[in-house]
Design a protein around this ligand. Structure first.
Ligand SMILES: C[S@@+](CC[C@H](N)C(=O)[O-])C[C@H]1O[C@@H](n2cnc3c(N)ncnc32)[C@H](O)[C@@H]1O
Length: 339
């Protein structure tokens, strides 16, 4: 990685910085020449942070102190503008392990949604990998692209975003048996499994992230019925925070209890029939075409974003990306951050 883009070392113009001010109030700014953070506690000039080590404390004109830290990727994804629901950090970490995302991997992802998972995948594939992300809603793709650019300060040349349906577009982007890993985060991943089986290299991994047990069941049965994959494995990841202070050492009272399930399977070599499958006659799947009606966003509890709200998120994400681009480029003046 270009040393100028490493999220490490003393603060530079163009860096995103998370400030924790009086009463724990959080502000995220992008450092730029002449920039100022105005709050009712006073003014903090960006220049006071430049050259200081990450984790420094800066004082504003009113004598109030702010702890300054570069946001971690997990902080950024939780606060960035969203078009669609994001993959939470606990699941993203597990996805990287379960799907075995490695430096240099050729990875396909759909849908791109708000770009949270794209950021984790881009980081894991490194400079030699390739991420092809597919999204059928253009505005979601715009939010995702802006979010990635805001966090990285540039658009990585390891990434392309295709606006369209994965099933229709994948054959144009990836030759048969050329993709190492596929990650699907969408309502009806089973609709994409045939196209994914065609694109995956033998031994390659498909991973689906789904929100409900009914979706989990359907995709498992679909994978099995193709006869093209190993036996699917399903997991759920729960992370419970702990309060650790003095003798008060106990689990937190609150936690994110449910986000989604992961299911993985590996592409078999052409014509291969694993011994366990030979023994067990392929059963007819329990779902028929008529069931497809049942899997609507409302039926599985997804809250749809209104067009008006989505356009607002696009503008918000693009403003942040513009700010990041300006600040890391010529350091041109832009509007000040106002509390
Ligand atoms: C839950 S969001 C993905 C969130 C994303 N993983 C993130 O972490 O920000 C699901 C997205 O999949 C898209 N989608 C659903 N089916 C698709 C398909 N067949 N091809 C491409 N995109 C699809 C939807 O438009 C939606 O934006």
């Amino acid at each position: 990685m270009n040393a100028d883009l490493r999220p490490s070392g003393p603060f530079r113009y163009g860096d995103r910085v998370q400030l924790t001010g009086p009463k724990g109030r959080l502000h995220t700014i992008t450092l730029r020449e002449g920039g100022e953070l105005h709050t009712h506690h006073g003014v903090l000039k960006h220049e006071t942070l430049v050259g200081q080590p990450d984790g420094s404390v800066a004082t504003n004109s009113g004598g109030h102190e702010y702890l300054a830290l570069r946001p971690l990727l997990r902080d950024f994804v939780m606060s960035m503008p969203r078009g669609a629901a994001i993959v939470y950090p606990k699941d993203a970490a597990q996805i990287l392990a379960a799907a075995d995302i490695f430096p240099g991997a050729i990875v396909v992802e759909a849908g791109v949604g708000s770009g949270a998972l794209s950021l984790w995948l881009l980081r894991a594939i490194g400079a030699e990998g390739r991420l092809h992300s597919f999204e059928r809603r253009e505005e979601f793709a715009q939010v995702a692209e802006a979010n990635v650019e805001t966090f990285l300060g540039h658009r990585p040349d390891t990434w392309d975003v295709v606006v369209g349906d994965l099933v229709e577009q994948l054959p144009d982007v990836a030759a048969p048996a050329s993709v190492d890993r596929v990650v699907l985060d969408m309502l009806a991943p089973w609709e994409c499994i045939d196209a994914v089986a065609e694109a995956l290299t033998p031994g390659g991994v498909v991973l689906c992230y789904i929100a409900t047990a009914t979706q989990l069941s359907r995709v498992a049965e679909y994978l099995r019925a193709t006869g093209l994959f190993t036996e699917p494995e399903a997991t759920e990841t729960m992370v419970r925070g702990w309060h650790v202070q003095g003798l008060a050492v106990r689990p937190d009272h609150r936690m994110v209890a449910h986000t989604g399930f992961l299911i993985t399977a590996r592409r078999l070599a052409p014509g291969a029939v694993p011994p366990d499958v030979r023994k067990r006659a392929l059963k007819k799947p329990s779902y028929g075409d008529e069931d497809i009606e049942v899997w609507t966003p409302g039926a599985v509890g997804d809250r749809a974003i209104t067009d008006r709200n989505l356009r607002k998120r696009v503008r918000e994400a693009q403003r942040a990306a513009d700010g990041a681009r300006l600040a890391s480029g010529a350091g041109e003046p832009a509007g000040d951050d106002v509390d």
